[in-house]
Design a protein around this ligand. Structure first.
Ligand code: EPZ
Length: 430
């Protein structure tokens, strides 16, 4: 297995472009199953999760062509030959569960194993099933798989007990071809939901209210093809801005929608970091001195995103004073604390709270990435630390960050992927 070797303490400088959003691309790809006509998606990032979703769609009979250099993906789901994505693909990635709504709408039947993904919490799917059941689907658990069927989805009034991003996406996707009107209350308001709705509307769907907690979908009989560009990745952009600040450098991230980053920018300013919005599509971030600790609570959008909590913790670890992070979205999203502590961070975890006592500097250490954003936190901490860090299991990062190592190198970072020598491979095999 490869590792990341990071020589810390080098301030990053320069400009970097954010890619298209992973979490907007994945539901849009799944929703492409709703039309028999070709769909072209632009700005698609070349990520492991995107390739896994492409494999899921292909296994269902869709044709998927992806040009990773131009970021253009062609999907044609003219004929579907199945409604049962292979177990090993679904278990690799939670977002594969997003084919549930489109398959029920298009085929009337679906069989899915429970989804895998980052180990950040229990992550049930009850809200997806509850919403689709209200629309006339029937579900049962058979040999660890969820089997769903319907003799025709119909519009319904649905209240989500929690504004789940995935459940909102599955319900919207199912509702566009349902008979009648669906009203979804307490819906998630994330920018990725708005992007999915805009994509579906460009195919002839009638969705209004996306981005608010009340979404209305008037069912239509068919969707056409479309050409659509996904929004920039706010989490990738935030991670790169934090890299500039943590290393004491100055980074400009282009191709951002700064409105989507408001909660991060507000918290960064509170620490004393220098953050400047350059129009609506670029942000400059850096710092001129020590930063102050702040408290932080993750919440559904427009609250502070859980997907930036680990990376922000890496910054807090060297701020002046003590900050408390409260993670309200996932119950097990502090696994990066172990690695940060190995690097000298002073963090106590108490249930959903992490109390971070700032230290003057972190020091390099051997650490292990436990999940996508936790891995990003360790990489950021390593870039700002004194000495050398070796990060094991960096493959988690490839799920969500396109060419991250190369792009950090372009900003001046001393980071590289290293591969075990053949003799090491032999000696660890026994
Ligand atoms: C999406 O996951 C994102 N994934 C996650 O990004 C992100 O962390 C999360 O939204 C929150 O913003 C994609 O978009 C592909 P949820 P999702 O359903 O849809 C509970 C990353 O790092 N819940 O909003 O799975 C659930 O357990 C990833 O890029 C139920 O209880 O998130 C969690 O505690 C990781 N029942 C909370 O809601 C359900 O039926 C939020 O989950 C569904 C969810």
């Amino acid at each position: 297995m490869d590792k990341l070797l990071v020589q810390g303490g080098v301030p990053l400088h320069g400009s970097v472009k954010a890619n298209g959003s992973k979490n907007a691309t994945l539901p849009i790809m799944a929703a492409a199953l709703l039309s028999a006509e070709p769909v072209i998606i632009e700005g698609v990032p070349d990520l492991m999760d995107v390739r896994t979703m492409a494999a899921v769609l292909q296994a269902l009979g869709a044709s998927v062509r992806f040009d990773p250099v131009d970021g253009i993906m062609n999907i044609s789901a003219e004929v579907l030959r199945g409604n049962e994505p292979p177990l090993q693909l679904v278990q690799q990635m939670r977002a594969s569960f997003l084919v549930l709504g489109p398959l029920l709408a298009r085929c009337g039947r679906v069989r899915l194993s429970l989804p895998g993904g980052c180990a950040i919490g229990i992550r049930p799917v009850d809200l997806h099933l509850k919403g689709l059941t209200a629309m006339g689907a029937h579900f049962s658990m058979v040999n660890g798989c969820i089997e769903g069927e319907t003799d025709g989805l119909k519009g319904a009034r649905i209240y989500l007990d929690y504004p789940s991003v995935g459940a909102t996406e599955n319900i919207i996707s199912a509702a566009v071809l349902a008979r009648g009107t669906t009203i979804l209350e307490n819906a998630a308001t994330e920018p990725e939901i708005v992007d999915l709705a805009n994509f579906l509307n460009s195919m002839g769907a009638l969705i209004s209210g996306a981005g608010t907690t009340s979404i209305r979908v008037e069912g239509v009989s068919r969707l056409t093809g479309t050409r659509y560009k996904v929004i920039p990745d706010r989490i990738e952009a935030g991670t790169l801005l934090l890299a500039g600040i943590i290393t004491g450098g100055e980074v400009i991230v282009e191709n951002v929608l700064s409105d989507h980053l408001k909660p991060l920018l507000a918290k960064l300013r509170e620490t004393g970091a220098e953050v400047e919005e350059l129009g609506h599509s670029a942000i400059r971030a850096g710092r001129s001195g020590l930063l102050r600790a702040v408290d932080l609570k993750t919440l559904p959008y427009p609250g502070f995103p859980t997907d930036l909590q680990p990376q922000f913790m890496a910054l807090l670890a060297t701020c002046l004073g003590t900050g408390v992070i409260t993670e309200t979205v996932f119950e097990n999203r502090f696994r990066h604390v172990e690695g940060l502590s190995c690097m000298g961070a002073q963090i106590q975890v108490d249930g959903r709270h992490a109390i971070v006592h700032g230290v003057s500097a972190l020091t390099g250490a051997p650490v292990c990435a436990s999940d996508l954003r936790g891995g990003a936190a360790l990489l950021l901490a390593a870039l700002g630390a004194r000495g050398q860090t070796v990060i094991s299991d960096p493959y988690h990062l490839w799920r969500g960050y396109y060419r991250l190592v190369e792009r950090l190198q372009e900003l001046g970072a001393k980071v590289k992927r290293v591969y075990p020598e053949p003799e090491q491979l032999i000696s660890t095999g026994g």
